[in-house]
Design a protein around this ligand. Structure first.
Ligand code: COA
Length: 169
């Protein structure tokens, strides 16, 4: 496998162009499910999706899962689902494997999601984020998302507090 380049630290103006373009962004296929599961486990070691949840997500809205593929392995994915009225999209999951973080891949996935949703005429994008997840919050804010109210206590059950962030398109 070809070695990936060292991380570099670009200027803000360069931020959308710094990702490793050898990673193809493409729609998920059924054969990706084991890899998708691995990536999810690496990104969310404390609370990964069960395999069956990823399988069901694939079955129901597999066209709403984008993956980053180096030709041999997956390195990230985003899962984004639009409500049945077509008005709102929820970004349910965004993940980049630990060794490739900080290279603009999370931003690349999100920018593609926003591009697609704008083209589809979706009005608003929403997501939840853990209050301690400063990296994700900074990313979302830099894309224009803002907090909708304060911390939602127990949003995902006891002890699982979340912020809701939203972006109008
Ligand atoms: C959140 C996550 C997807 C970001 O992916 P990434 O590829 O590392 O992010 P990027 O390199 O595209 O960085 C995007 C922005 O995030 C912010 N960011 C990235 N790394 C950061 C860090 N260590 N500290 C603070 N902010 C950071 C910056 O604003 C950055 O933009 P800039 O570097 O152009 O200024 C990744 O860290 C991840 O998978 N984390 C675990 C899973 C997770 O928390 N998912 C989100 C759930 S809501």
């Amino acid at each position: 496998m070809t070695a990936l380049p060292e991380k570099r630290f670009p200027s803000t103006a360069d931020r959308t162009d710094r990702t490793d373009r050898r990673l193809a962004m493409r729609g998920v296929v059924e054969a990706d499910l084991p890899e998708l599961h691995r990536v999810d486990q690496e990104a969310f070691p404390e609370e990964p999706y069960h395999y069956f949840e990823l399988r069901q997500s694939y079955d129901i809205h597999g066209d709403r899962i984008l993956v980053l593929d180096d030709g041999q392995k997956l390195h990230g994915y985003v899962l984004f689902v639009t409500t049945s009225d077509g008005y709102v999209n929820w970004v349910k999951s965004l993940a980049v494997t630990p060794e490739l973080r900080g290279r603009g891949l999370g931003r690349r996935l999100m920018l593609e999601v926003l591009r697609r949703l704008r083209a589809e005429g979706v009005h608003q994008v929403r997501l939840t984020v853990e209050p301690t997840n400063a990296t994700a919050i900074t990313l979302y804010q830099s894309l224009g998302f803002s907090f909708e109210g304060g911390v939602r206590k127990g949003y995902f059950g006891p002890g699982e507090d979340r912020f809701i962030m939203a972006l109008g398109l």
